[in-house]
Write a protein that binds this ligand. Sequence first.
Ligand code: SF4
Ligand code: SF4
Length: 490
Amino acid sequence: MTTGLQYIAHNAHDVTVGDKRILFHIPTTSLFDLDGVSGQVLDLFKEKGTVSQADVEARFRDKISPDLIKEVIEDFLEMDIIKGDGPARADYNKIKIENYPLSTIILNVNTGCNLGCTYCYKEDLTTPAKGELMGFDVAKKSIDLLLKEGKSRDRVNVVFFGGEPLSNMPLIKSAVAYAEKRCAEEGKKVDFSVTTNATLLTEDIIDFMNDHRFGIAISMDGPKAVHDKNRKTIGGKGTYDVVSKKARMLLERYTARPVGARVTLTAGVTNVVDIHQHLKYDLGFAEVGFAPVTSGDMTMFNLSNDELHEVFENMKKLGEHYLSEALEGRNNGFSNMHQMMTDLYEGTKKALPCGAGIGLLAVDHEGELNLCHRFTGSDIETYGNVDTGIKKKELGAFLEGRADRDGTWCDTCRIRNLCSGGCYHESYATYDDITKPTYHYCDLMRDWIDFGIGVYTKILHKNPSYFEQHVSPRTLLNTNRTFNPLDMGK
Ligand code: SF4
Ligand code: SF4
């Protein structure tokens, strides 16, 4: 070490959890206990930026054995936390996308919905009478496309979305039969999922979904007063009574898989603890996921900045409850938190925020291919259709552009490999530009991850078997694997 070693600040982040120091190794999304010596060496680099042999000797001579220091420095070099001469090894730089290994196709089976929720974002939403129904021909071609582009996958997913998907049950039934037949021919497994407002559920529909092991998510916003605030009939009446009745019927009758609730948080609604309590413990949903609305054309529904802070503070309170339950070996079903635990446990490292466009595409009733379910009916260009296939050149250019972090704040952000610039639809709704990262709540996201690192570390130290018991591949609506806690379904 003659000229000195440089600290690469954007590859290391240390977090204090109780009396421990934890090193978050950003390039690999890994967490390490920082022992006393490693911590002191790290502090030296953080303090000086560039550290020479003389600096090391001045700091540690006669205090710590040189061999121990050498070992730590070698580890840090190996981890790219420090570097000698020459450029640092890049973690994600420019990527070239040549394959589009689809695993999931989302079918927008009806643009119409039987409800009139005040905040609904769907650009193509109409009343049921005017709804554009997907025909079987489009569904069939979508499934063929999924199998063609998903050749390398053992397992594929077909997701039914709307509007209200249950308003086109005949299509769902024939699409399921066709997908099962074609997947059996190809030797693949197929999973089905649906997100529904629950109002059209019947015992027959539940039994059908049970037979085909659907992943089911119900859009429900909480106790009556909260739910009825926005989730209304077309005539303007609250829908809590009917939705909770149908949800109870579903939860009692449905046995194939756990059922989740999907909560949309809008202006004035920040109490995630009470909402979770009601949906998880009063009604019995296995999982409850929260989607705070921060951007959208209908600005009156967006959470204000203060409210968004309040939501994150309340999410932390619920996260503390997640922790206390996890220490007892139970999952409290707070799915935003559980997703983060999964990402930390699996060392998730993403070049792109989610599977939209690469593992997942959404098909509208005309057979056009959209980045994901939130884009159907928007004025964003589509990326091909089920007849002519994926416009790979255009799609590749968009995705490669988003993965290229040069010149963006994401380049050196400590959560870049989890957030990866955020949801494309959030960018579209906020900036009218899908190529721009979602910069409007970065600090909150980083703070949320720090909180998660604390929870993860405590579980790991006190009840490590929790992860083996509860963190496994997701079984609920698996339309994408996005870290973004603000990813909003419908
Ligand atoms: S969008 Fe913000 S939080 Fe996300 S990676 Fe980029 S800079 Fe970080
Ligand atoms: S994160 Fe955004 S872009 Fe990605 S699938 Fe979800 S809604 Fe679509």
